[in-house]
Design a protein around this ligand. Structure first.
Ligand code: SF4
Length: 107
């Protein structure tokens, strides 16, 4: 039969486990800083067919509860201003920057 842990050993193991886990928690919460619009040559108009609304990094605006907008689409069918996972600030769905990466569609 296994020898029961003493209170001292139990506390030591608990503290050691917490100290090992702490750096993982600290790094998991940090996300890389977003680039400035200027640094990625952001423009508020598309470059040909390439535009933020088609980019994998675009985050559409969250829909309003009053029915005026759902999933970033306004009632007139256009996309609302959203955000980007890579670039700071409000991002127009018709904008463009050098980080543009088209979404991959599976059909
Ligand atoms: S990475 Fe550039 S093109 Fe893509 S959504 Fe962000 S700002 Fe727009």
């Amino acid at each position: 039969m296994a020898k029961p842990l003493s209170r001292r050993h139990f506390l030591r193991r608990t503290v050691a486990a917490a100290m090992l886990a702490l750096p993982m928690v600290a790094t998991a919460k940090k996300s890389p800083p977003k680039a400035s619009k200027a640094s990625v040559h952001y423009q508020d108009h598309p470059k040909g067919r390439a535009m933020c609304g088609r980019c994998r990094f675009f985050l559409p605006a969250v829909g309003h509860s009053n029915g005026m907008m759902m999933q970033g689409i306004k009632t007139n069918g256009t996309l609302a201003i959203g955000h980007c996972t890579k670039v700071a600030g409000r991002i127009a769905p018709t904008g463009y920057c050098i980080l543009y990466t088209p979404r991959v569609h599976s059909e």
